[in-house]
Design a protein around this ligand. Structure first.
Ligand code: GTP
Ligand code: MG
Length: 269
């Protein structure tokens, strides 16, 4: 088990993977997209007061609702921590390298609803946005991703709403990850609600590529000094995938190797 805090990823607060580890306060990353708030060209920017009023009203209503998503996110994180702990104790394996989590910022929520062509209301947030709560599980090896997914499917109070397997079917730009929308029960004083959480499960190698690609994308360079950035990123993705496959072979060999200390293929961290 990685017992050290790891570097934050864009929008995701890194966290310790320990049963007692506190979930960080929602890592608000206010992205100054402001497309919806600020009108006009760069030389003549002004805030549209009506839009600002609507946005402020929306964020005020939203604070309460976000508590529910934060609860769901924390519950989901704990489930992964328990799986990792259990596998560590019973099979001497640590499939999870680390876990990150984040709650979508009010501005991102507001922008996304408008992008979907929906009015920014709490009702539409609940109806159309499945990624208000996000949990990212970073595994050591590709096999771990598949195994974790199998274990999730066995949790019978968890509703699996959607699976997008960008590992079997990578995106054209080279992005690989397993995306799962789940609904997890959250218990309140007098009610239970199934709250959606977007879970992304990927390997360290996939995460490495995705993080750098995310940064580069925002630099918005299509072509730099004769370098085709998109093509280069795709080539890097393929190279990383090859290396990942070789590391998996090594890991498999260690797992099936001679027993040490009575434990076969000990790969516990
Ligand atoms: P949205 O309407 O934005 O939710 O589109 P979608 O539902 O088709 O999104 P998808 O499930 O494909 O991806 C959701 C999340 O996955 C994003 O917010 C990113 O965190 C991550 N992601 C998806 N594609 C890429 C990519 O090409 N590069 C990187 N770095 N991250 C990606
Ligand atoms: Mg989505």
């Amino acid at each position: 088990m990685a017992d050290k805090p790891s570097k934050s990823k864009p929008g995701f607060g890194a966290m310790r993977v320990t049963p007692t580890g506190a979930v960080p306060a929602a890592a608000w990353k206010i992205v100054p997209s402001a497309e919806t708030l600020v009108k006009g060209a760069a030389q003549e920017m002004y805030i549209d007061p009506d839009a600002l009023d609507r946005y402020e009203e929306f964020t005020a209503d939203m604070r309460n609702i976000l508590l529910k998503y934060e609860a769901a996110m924390r519950e989901m994180v704990v489930r992964f921590e328990i799986l990792d702990r259990d596998l560590s104790l019973r099979r001497n394996r640590n499939p999870i390298h680390h876990i990150e989590s984040r709650i979508k910022s009010p501005l991102s929520i507001y922008d996304k609803l408008l992008r979907y062509g929906k009015k920014p209301t709490i009702g539409n947030l609940e109806k159309y946005l499945m990624d208000v709560a996000g949990v990212r599980v970073i595994c050591s090896y590709k096999n771990d991703v598949k195994n974790l997914m199998g274990l999730l499917r066995r949790q019978d109070d968890l509703e699996i709403v959607q699976v997008k397997n960008y590992i079997e079917n990578p995106k054209p730009n080279g992005y690989r990850s397993l995306h799962v929308i789940v609904r997890i029960p959250v218990y309140f004083l007098d009610s239970k609600e199934m709250v959606p959480v977007e879970v992304q499960i990927r390997t360290i190698a996939m995460d490495y590529w995705a993080s750098l690609e995310h940064d580069l994308k925002y630099k918005a360079i299509a072509e730099t000094k004769g370098l085709d950035v998109g093509e280069e990123l795709l080539n890097c993705a393929k190279t990383i995938e090859e290396i990942e496959a070789r590391m998996q072979v090594l890991a498999n060999a260690l797992d099936s190797g001679p027993a040490k200390n009575g434990k076969k293929g000990a790969r516990n961290r």
